[in-house]
Design a protein around this ligand. Structure first.
Ligand SMILES: [Zn+2]
Length: 99
């Protein structure tokens, strides 16, 4: 359950990989290093979302915005207010932002 420690470990691993790439390829090594870093952080975020019960249906820009800004959405189908990709009450993805 200690996902913060796990995430820190992953960040350390990806930093070590980044360092190896930059030592190996010089400045050009930053490109694969950054790609790996983004890939790992994206994977960790998806795993975290899945653990919080937000994974699956959401995906895409909706959940990215929901994770970043704390934007509330109102379900068009049933009027339920929620955060994330899809309505937890009726499962509808038809929603509008509520600021
Ligand atoms: Zn709904």
């Amino acid at each position: 359950m200690n996902w913060i420690g796990q995430q820190m470990a992953w960040i350390m691993v990806s930093l070590a990989i980044s360092l190896l790439f930059t030592m190996w390829l010089g400045l050009w090594g930053l490109i694969p290093a950054i790609a790996i870093f983004i890939g790992i952080s994206y994977y960790m975020r998806r795993r975290m979302m899945a653990r919080m019960g937000m994974g699956g249906g959401g995906g895409g820009f909706g959940s990215m915005l929901g994770a970043g800004g704390g934007i509330n959405y109102i379900c068009i189908a049933c009027g339920h207010r929620f955060k994330g990709g899809a309505c937890p009450r009726c499962g509808s993805k038809m929603r509008r932002a509520d600021f």
